[in-house]
Every structure is written in C-alpha cells, then in structure tokens.
Design a protein around this ligand. Structure first.
Ligand code: SAH
Length: 245
C-alpha cells in the first residue's frame, strides 16, 4: 500500500514537472514574441545606419522560433530573452539578439546558401542560420564551447550544421567557397583567407576593430568579377578574434 501510494505520489511529481515545463515553455514563447518586437524597434531606431527599416520576415520568423534559452547556461536561462549579450563561460558571450538578427539579415541568405560561421560560441547564431540556409559550417577555437554547441545543436535537431574546433581566421577550405561568411568575434583586419573562401557574389559580415577600440560591423562584398568592396555599418562591441594569426 505504502509503495502504491509513493508510486502515485512520484507519478504526480512527474506530472507536475511536465506541467511546469509546459508553462515555462509557453512563457518562453511569449518572451520570444516580445523580443522580436524589441528587435523591430531597434531596427527602426538604427535604420539610418543599417540602410533598412525592417528585417526580412524569414529572419524575424527564425528569431521567433529558435529557443535561445536552450543555448545559454542554466544560471542565465531566465534572462535568455532579454535583448542583451549574455555570458556563456570561458569569458565569451552569446551576442545580443538584435545584432544576431541584423547580421543574419545583412548576409542575405536563402534556402540554397552554404554559410561559414567563425566563432560558434553557444551555437545560437548557427541555429538561426540553419533555419534559413542549406548548410552551415561553424568553427570554434575553444574546444569545450565547440563541443557543447555541437551537443546542443544535435539535441535540438539542427542536422545541417557542422561544427569543428580550430582557428577560424583560416576559414574551412574543405567546404569553400561560401555564399556567405559571418564572423562573430572582432578582428583588427578582414582575414584574407576568408575573402578567398567567399564565392563571387558572396557576402561577409564581420566586426572589425581592436579589443579596446571602437569596432564596426563591416559588410564585405565580392562581385561576380571577384572585386571586393567593404562598407561600415554600425559601431559594435564583440569579444576579440583570438588565435595565432
Ligand atoms: N556566434 C556565437 C557568439 C560567440 S562569441 C553565438 O551565437 O553564441 C565569439 C566566439 O568566437 C567565442 O566563442 C570565441 O571563442 C570564438 N573565437 C574567437 N576567436 C576565434 C577564432 N580565431 N576561431 C574560431 N573561433 C573564435
């Protein structure tokens, strides 16, 4: 009798836990919708810099769908839908959602695009891209971060993302050339290997500037003749691109 009673009790506990999770997830859904509204407001506010008054609907839909709380450490999960960067360990951060949305929009990708990301971090930016592109190749220099991101992406079913550990300054030659490249750590110059790995007609978005200096988001374009132009978009603050280059 006693065991039966405790079985019922533990059954109830499981049910409560499931219900709590369901409520929490609904809450996260609502928070994500609010976040998208905040991103749209930031876009309007910065439209003179970024040359657009709204982002592509597909980008906003991806931002509304990808569960950012699954990509951040448990101790900051409750803050996952604030429009802010958050610590992810190893002195690194997951970027501010507005910046992720903007960088993704500027890449102008579609369902056939093959994209390279330098700086996997939590894997969140890779997940956003995975919803919009054919395939994402992402490089992370800090091994435990790369491994964790790989696990998160696998658990959440993002089958079109490949993560590897290495110095992304040199790109990922094996899968080049890319339709788009996104660098999520600040370099003091645009890495020439990445320019080489960009397809004619391709785009790269990269924060450029020193560790303590003003950094700018720079949009690099390679035209069909292979000529490269670049344009400063917005002052930003990113963690530095490290490595031996
Ligand atoms: N895109 C990430 C943001 C991560 S912050 C996200 O969505 O969470 C930048 C990341 O770039 C850090 O994880 C840092 O370790 C990584 N990084 C810095 N220098 C690098 C390099 N040379 N090659 C690959 N990754 C690098």
């Amino acid at each position: 009798m006693h065991t039966r009673f405790s079985t019922v009790l533990s059954g109830l506990a499981v049910l409560c836990l499931c219900l709590t999770n369901a409520v929490a997830n609904q809450d996260f859904d609502a928070q994500r919708r609010t976040l998208v509204k905040e991103i749209e407001a930031d876009v309007t506010e910065t439209s003179l810099y970024i040359g657009r008054t709204r982002l592509n609907d597909r980008v906003l839909a991806a931002m509304a769908e990808v569960p950012r709380h699954e990509f951040v450490p448990k101790n900051v999960r409750e803050q996952a839908y604030l429009n802010r960067p958050l610590p992810i360990g190893y002195s690194q951060t997951i970027s501010q959602p507005y910046i992720v949305a903007l960088m993704t929009d500027l890449l102008d990708v579609d369902a056939s695009s093959r994209v390279l990301e330098v700086g996997t971090g939590s894997g969140y930016q890779a997940a956003i891209l995975a919803r919009l592109c054919r395939s994402v190749f992402s490089i992370e220099i800090i091994e435990p971060l790369g491994k964790r991101a790989k696990g998160t992406l696998k658990t959440l079913g993002y089958g079109n993302v490949e993560v590897r550990i290495g110095d992304g300054y040199y790109g990922w030659q094996e899968h080049a050339p890319y339709d788009a490249i996104v660098v999520t750590a600040a370099a003091n110059h645009v890495p020439p290997p990445l320019v080489r790995q960009l397809k004619p007609g391709g785009r790269m978005i990269i924060p450029v500037g020193g560790r303590f200096a003003v950094q700018h988001l720079v949009l690099v374009r390679k035209n069909q003749h292979g000529e490269v132009t670049s344009k400063q978009i917005l002052p930003v603050r990113f963690v530095p691109l490290t490595g031996g280059h």
